[in-house]
Ligand binder design. Sequence first.
Ligand code: FES
Length: 274
Amino acid sequence: MYKLVTKEVLSDVSKKFEVEAPLVAKKAQPGQFIILRVDEQGERVPLTIADSDPERGTITIIFQEVGLTTKCLGQKEAGDYIADFVGPLGKPMEFPEEPGRVIAVGGGVGIAPVYPKVKGFHKAGMDVTSIIGARCKDLLILEDEMRAVSKELHVCTDDGSYGHHGFVSDILQKYLDDGEPIAEIIAVGPLPMMRAIVNQTRPYGVKTVVSLNPVMVDGTGMCGACRVTVGEETKFTCVDGPVFDGHQVDFDELVARSRMYLDQEKKALENCRC
Ligand code: FES
């Protein structure tokens, strides 16, 4: 059993927990993730390691309540326990090979997986320009944390309730247009957002990496649940990713696979007793 040490409500739908998991905290690196189960009967859910503290032996996870498991998890309180917490899984993030500006783009709860990467760059002495966005101000998360590790931070809301009125892609376009070398763009968020960003950057030939979060079961490359086509090859997100070259990812297939279990998820939510 794993203890939930602290809980923070970031927005109506986003929660943050620190989980006591000293062995995971000892080895966790930016870009990696964990798989948890709330209880013995629960599904396995992958979540990015948003932060880790080897001294305290804790891992920070941030999630949006979008399905049964995340809804049940969101109702837990500090001091409660969950059944399983496995990690760190996946490959740690890599540093850009080319010189130039690094731009990190985070949309919605995708800001959570972007944050440890930007923090990792910041720790390594690299400057990162960050662009974060949400549907409205109340859904925006980790603004202060992102500001602390970014050279510049741009904030956008779809409804104009805070920051730039519009999409993260509007701000990104200005950097693409100004012609200054860009070493790498990191984009994490909902699939439509990541697809839009890679389509936007493709004509400029700027390396654009995305962090994927498909359905996972074992997290060790055995079951094939997390397969994704990258550059016409089948990859397993849990062991080959979760970060991939966005220009090589087959987003049509990924979106179709992400919708495969919508009916079952809906039924499970209707029968939710947590
Ligand atoms: Fe089973 Fe990746 S989760 S192969």
